[in-house]
Design a binder for this molecule. Sequence first.
Ligand SMILES: Cc1cc2nc3c(=O)[nH]c(=O)nc-3n(C[C@H](O)[C@H](O)[C@H](O)COP(=O)(O)OP(=O)(O)OC[C@H]3O[C@@H](n4cnc5c(N)ncnc54)[C@H](O)[C@@H]3O)c2cc1C
Length: 420
Amino acid sequence: MEDKTKVLIVGAGFGGIALAKKLSRNKNFEVVLIDKHNYHTFQPLLYQVATGGLEPDSIAYPIRRIFRGHKNFHFRMAEVTKVLPEENTIETNIGKMDYDFLVLAMGSQSNFFNFETQKEQFMAMKTVPDALDMRSFIMQNLEKATVKMGNKHEQAIINMAIVGGGPTGVELAGSLAEMKHYVLPKDFPELDTSKLNIYLFEAAPRLLAAMSEDSSKASLKYLKKLGVHVYLNAMVSGYDGKNITLKSGEKFQSETVIWTAGVKGNVIEGINKKAIQAGNRMKVNRYNQIESHENIFAIGDVALMFTERYPKGHPQVAPTAIQHGEHLAKNLIRKMNGKQMLQFKYFDKGSMATVGRLKAVVDLPGYKFQGMFAWWVWMFVHLMSLVGFRNKVIAFFDWSYNYFTYDRPLGLIIRPFRRK
Ligand SMILES: Cc1cc2nc3c(=O)[nH]c(=O)nc-3n(C[C@H](O)[C@H](O)[C@H](O)COP(=O)(O)OP(=O)(O)OC[C@H]3O[C@@H](n4cnc5c(N)ncnc54)[C@H](O)[C@@H]3O)c2cc1C
């Protein structure tokens, strides 16, 4: 394929997949997509896997299968460790690879801020293994609670806490609360589930800070109705594996503390240090080119593009990554044809979050709504966004089963989770 332009894409997330799909249909390009996993993860529904609403294979899809029939496409399962821009090469755990254009689409990881050194004590939710670990840990603790009734740590064992009241924290809190009300009393009749507390701590004065006031208020109301203890203006200042301390001095017990309070970009060695800015994101121009790297681009969560409308960069959400990927494909094709690249313009599709059964909040540009209709919209959008027909069908079946029976395929501890 020596006559073709070789594009290496690192990361098969929303951005990498969108770019590779468009580019690999063009005969002038040889596309190599690299990911450390052999599947694409639909991260918005990770919390459903963590709480037993969906099985992991409903939200993950094999990368090779997405690209069946794409002639100019290759997949390599590898972890990229370094870029050598002067040689147009990357280093991976399976060897070196060269490129004409390199696109970094490695997404982000949890940002533990001051808690980085003790991050192992928290549960994260960025990958399928994270979600399965969380599910196992919750079930292990509930099993433990049945034999440790009266133990002085009992409360810490059964309580669950979430740090961060963004969409992930809110959706997770709602899902855990439903599990507490509808599933656990049937599966653990010997447990007094009324003693199980679900805490949600948010440092800002409102939940869903990136959404409208109406959505914040509605989500708070829904969570309170579900019995979640929501604390606003509540900055977590300490955690010892059992006790959470807030900046105000208040203390809470919980062995299960789920961290959803922020993300930082996954950057790799070799990129101009000046380009790596706030939140570990790589500064790109309006064509997704990384500062001082002519043929290296960044898209999605890891890219930081300043525009007048978005002076802090675009939101780190799936539509940004998809739009970056699709736009860059167009630009690389234009570049190959000797045409000027076009500036990227973000199209805001709005945002939404669900807060348990029949309740959701939706902010569309110029139109906001909450409640049951919002929940149906949320269901439809997420179902249609899942990759692969099989995944859509299975998720639809699991959600319908859950809707009619109030039950979930929850509870297998196949691979027990042990804290490091
Ligand atoms: C729990 C959760 C809920 C979310 N909910 C929503 C939502 O409701 N709506 C929404 O729009 N967005 C949501 N998001 C955000 C959205 O998922 C991200 O913005 C989006 O996934 C970013 O896409 P990306 O292509 O930049 O990276 P990702 O989708 O994160 O993909 C990055 C890929 O790079 C791979 N990778 C990373 N480092 C390397 C390496 N060194 N070598 C090889 N491969 C590597 C990873 O394995 C991964 O497959 C949520 C995120 C999370 C975690």
